[in-house]
Design a protein. Structure first.
Length: 374
């Protein structure tokens, strides 16, 4: 029997007299998909199914905390207020002392803004004046520029707050981590010391230290450049006394957090893998204390500024011719009835700074506390 040739096998599936190429079936989308969505919609569906999947980048806990903080309008506004006062204290005096023309002083002759716009310069014939083009916030009872004194006072308050918080954070983390991780006699000594400090009033302790060692500081610390000149010799004394009263609370916060962290599984895994106690503390304990330390220190700054102003108000802090917010309030107290503007200006500045740090601390706490919810 004759076997068909290859061509006959290939053409046997097509009708006689037709081109095989013309008879090839068309590639079409499924009928139900085309009928339901149409040709264009079906094409888009197929492309969507075949498109590569892009992995979604998840935010870290720190980024989520920052996002929560940015959504807090009150905290953000407080942060802008704090930045304003920092810039005012840092660069304000340099700019302010170049604004204005020469002035014919009664006692000093012709002087420029580099002299009469300083916080210690006195004009005896311009006492307790209201704001003017020469003195933007007026003058105090001794004829000194109040704006220049406010800028110097804010600088003093911020400097004391920074010094106190540095000591507070360093000692608080050091003693709190050691007490919480090792326990034993370190934990016992810290507990007894904090009990003593909490039982002794902090303000009374500041008054005691300033009253006893204040004259010594005026004689010996006044030779220190920048910090000790112009009545600021007691700043180091006040800062040290304030730091001594606040760091036990920070250490107690850190101790409690350390007691929780050292029981976590990743710490146990690090201990099992052979990591030393120092490595565990530095790599796994201290980095996870960021939230509690930032929250506590931010909330404590306002208390530090109030304490420094209170000590200066009592005459135990910054001495004349230096300037402090508390000292300005004390000097202007006698003008409450005759010219209330003199004590009102430093009171407003102090209130704005304290409220700004308080609202900022609340915002930081709400943002970085893991239990906080939007």
């Amino acid at each position: 029997m004759k076997e068909p040739i290859n061509g006959e096998q290939q053409h046997s599936h097509f009708a006689p007299g037709t081109n095989p190429v013309e008879q090839q079936p068309e590639v079409m989308a499924p009928a139900n998909l085309v009928s339901a969505l149409g040709v264009e919609a079906a094409t888009e569906s197929v492309l969507a199914e075949t498109a590569p999947v892009v992995a979604t980048k998840h935010k870290t806990p720190f980024q989520e905390s920052l996002a929560r903080f940015r959504r807090d309008k009150k905290a953000m506004f407080s942060l802008y207020v704090i930045f304003f006062f920092i810039l005012l204290a840092a660069v304000g005096p340099v700019i302010y002392q170049h604004i204005g023309g020469p002035y014919n002083s009664t006692l000093n002759g012709t002087i420029g803004p580099g002299v009469y716009h300083t916080y210690a310069h006195t004009e005896v014939d311009r006492l307790a004046e209201l704001p003017s083009s020469m003195y933007w916030l007026g003058t105090d009872g001794l004829g000194r520029d109040m704006l220049a004194r406010v800028m110097q006072g804010v600088l003093i308050s911020m400097s004391v707050a920074v010094l106190v918080e540095v000591v507070d954070i360093v000692l608080g983390i050091l003693m709190g981590v050691l007490a919480g991780y090792y326990g034993g006699w370190i934990d016992f000594a810290l507990a007894r010391f904090t009990d003593i400090m909490f039982a002794f009033p902090g303000t009374l302790f500041l008054i005691l230290i300033s009253g006893i060692f204040g004259p010594w500081a005026d004689r010996n610390l006044s030779q220190i450049p920048v910090l000790g000149t112009n009545g600021n010799a007691r700043l180091l004394l006040v800062s040290g006394a304030l730091a001594l009263t606040v760091w036990p609370l920070m250490a107690r916060y850190v101790r409690g957090q350390t007691l929780q962290l050292k029981e976590q599984q990743y710490v146990e895994a690090a201990r099992t893998s052979g990591s030393s106690s120092t490595q565990i503390i530095l790599r796994h304990i201290v980095p996870n204390l960021f939230s509690i330390v930032i929250i506590a220190s931010t909330l404590n700054i306002s208390n530090t500024i109030i304490a420094e102003a209170g000590i200066s108000f009592l005459g135990l802090g910054v001495q004349a011719p230096g300037s402090s917010i508390g000292l300005m309030i004390s000097d202007g107290a006698e003008y409450v009835r005759t010219n209330a503007w003199v004590p009102l200006v430093p009171c407003i500045v102090l209130a704005m700074i304290v409220l700004a740090f308080s609202f900022l601390g609340d915002g930081v706490r709400d943002a970085f506390d893991p239990r906080a919810k939007d």
